[in-house]
Each structure stands twice: as C-alpha cells, then as structure tokens.
Design a protein. Structure first.
Length: 338
C-alpha cells in the first residue's frame, strides 16, 4: 500500500509540474507576434517579438508592418504593395516617348523594340535614305519654296479628304459607327462646300479629323505585338501593317483611276506633299547618333499610340496622329485588279 501511495503521489507531482510549465490561456505565445511566415529568416525580429510578447500592447498577430511604411517627413502611412494604374495621360506619354506605362503591343517598360530583322531593316533603311536624299528631300524642299502655303494646304486637304473611304470602312470594322458617321459627314461637307476637299469647312464646324487604316484595325482586333520591318520606298512598317496594305488597296479612290497619266502624277504629288510635312524633322534625324534606331523607335511609339487611341472610348479618345504611314494609294503601283 505504501508503494502504491508513493507512486500515486509521484504521478500527481509530475502532473502538477507539467501544468505549471504551460503558459496561461490569455497570454499570446511568442510565435504569434512574429512577422508573417513570408519572412521566417529574421532572428532579430523574432527575438524582439518574443520579448514584447509579455507586454499587453501586443495583441494582434497580423501586424501591418510589412504592408505599411511611414513616410519620413509627415508620418502618413504609405501602402508599399499597392500599384496605381497608369492614367490616360501617362499612357499617352509612354506611347509617344517611352516610360513606365505599358505599350500597346504589351511590351514591358524599358523593353527593346521587337526588331529581329534589324540587319535587313538597316540595309533597307540605308537604301531609303539614299533615295530620300537624292530625290524626295530635294523635291519637297523645292515644293515648299515654290508653292505658296495656302496652295500646299489645299493639296494636303485634298488628299486627306480622299482617304475618307478607307477611314470610314475601318472605323466600321472596329465597331465605331459614331466615328464613321462623323467621318462620312466630314467627307460630304468637304467634298461639296470645300470644293472637292481643297478647303476644310468640316474642321471649322468642329468635326474631328480621323485617319484609320487596316493595320490599325488588325491592332484593334487583337494583333498587338508585331515585328518591325522597313520596306523599300514605303518606309517603316510592322508585319501587321504589311498585311494591312492588302485591306486598304481595294478602298483607295486614287487606285481606281485607270489612266496612268492621271494616277501616277497624283500619287507623286501626294508623296511630295507628305515629305514636305516632315522637313522639320530632318535636322533631328541628321544629328542623331543612330538615325535608324531613332526613326524605328519614334515610329513604333507613334503607331502604338494610334492603336491605343482606337481602343479608348469616344470621349476619352485623343487627337489622331498626323504622321500616319505612307498610304498605299500614294505609291505608284500597278493596278492588279485591271
């Protein structure tokens, strides 16, 4: 009996000592006050948290230390993990000049342009520069020096008005009937009151001028990313825009002219007029360290802006870019349909 009594007392003593070693229920364990499990390798923080566990002020296990940081000047909390979406102005700036906002083709900020054919493109660019300096630039300079400004404005208005069928069709293909209706009204007004498009009464009536092509339509349909390619005489393009040429050829009013003696001079005048509008950029191009890269990057950024602009709502849509690619009707090409 004494042995049984002694064993019972020993078991009772062991149980009491085990219970005395457990912490109280209302005191938080040291592991709760440690930072979240995403940062387990911080012994200093764990030690400080364990020391603070005895204080009644530490009661919340989800301490917002990792998510909130205090600004050094005003003491206001700043959420470090929150990402603010870029505004429309930031998108425009990034598309035009490059920046933190993503581009229209989905490229990451700071990512180099998609130009896997750079060797070929540089050779074509050199050829285009030779043609430009030998033919296009002198003709454009003479055109500006000889033809008065009001006459050059009339020529620009005339060819811009002729592109209305291409613009209207592509606006309809992009699901923008409101813009197509505006472009149709602009075309009718300038063709009648503007004497065949030589004058621009539609702009005075605040009807917006839009310029669309099938390359932009393909971009609006989802073909965002496309490799850069430079074509002889046509200049900068993407593969997407090369396919877009095929969609614009049947809609070109100039290309419906069967007489080469009429069509080719009109196309030549349109090329000279377009080149004259780019004379202001010649000094920048001539002074560039890498003129090819400057031309490529500026063209891609501007082209991306045009596609981004098409994807916006009608109220948020900005002004269309004036320096659109050389239209297919401006190049003297054979009439394959005849």
């Amino acid at each position: 009996m004494n042995v049984i009594r002694t064993a019972s007392l020993l078991l009772l003593a062991l149980a009491l000592s085990a219970c005395a070693a457990k912490p109280a229920r209302d005191s938080a364990p040291a592991s709760v006050a440690v930072a979240p499990a995403s940062a387990p390798a911080a012994p200093a923080a764990s030690d400080s948290a364990a020391d603070a566990a005895t204080s009644p002020t530490v009661a919340s296990p989800a301490a917002p230390v990792a998510a909130v940081d205090s600004a050094p000047g005003d003491g206001a909390p700043v959420t470090a993990a929150t990402e603010v979406a870029p505004t429309g102005a930031e998108d425009d700036f990034a598309a035009l000049y490059g920046g933190p906002a993503p581009t229209a083709d989905g490229a990451e900020p700071g990512r180099s342009p998609y130009d896997p054919w750079e060797g070929f493109n540089r050779r074509v660019h050199a050829f285009n520069n030779v043609v430009d300096r030998a033919v296009a630039r002198p003709l454009a300079t003479a055109y500006v020096n000889v033809v008065p400004r009001f006459a050059r404005t009339g020529v620009t208005n005339f060819f811009s008005n002729l592109r209305a069928p291409v613009t209207i069709t592509n606006q309809l293909l992009q699901g923008r009937p409101g813009d197509a209706w505006d472009s149709l009204g602009r075309f009718v007004m300038n063709s009648t009151l503007g004497i065949g498009g030589l004058f621009d009464p539609a702009s005075r009536a605040l009807v917006p001028r839009r310029s669309e092509d099938f390359g932009q339509t393909l971009g609006a349909w989802g073909w965002r990313s496309s490799r850069y390619v430079e074509l002889p005489f046509f200049g900068p393009r993407t593969v997407r825009d090369v396919f877009g040429l095929a969609g614009d050829i049947p809609l070109s009013p100039i290309r419906t002219i069967e007489e080469d003696k009429v069509r080719i001079p009109l196309q030549g005048l349109q090329l000279v007029d377009m080149r004259s509008q780019l004379l202001a950029l010649d000094d920048i191009r001539d002074g560039a360290v890498d003129e090819y890269a400057l031309t490529r990057d500026a063209w891609l950024q501007r082209r991306n802006y045009q596609i981004q602009n098409d994807l916006r709502g009608r109220r948020d849509r900005g002004k269309d870019a004036d320096d659109a690619p050389i239209p297919v009707d401006a190049m003297p090409m054979p009439n394959w349909g005849n």
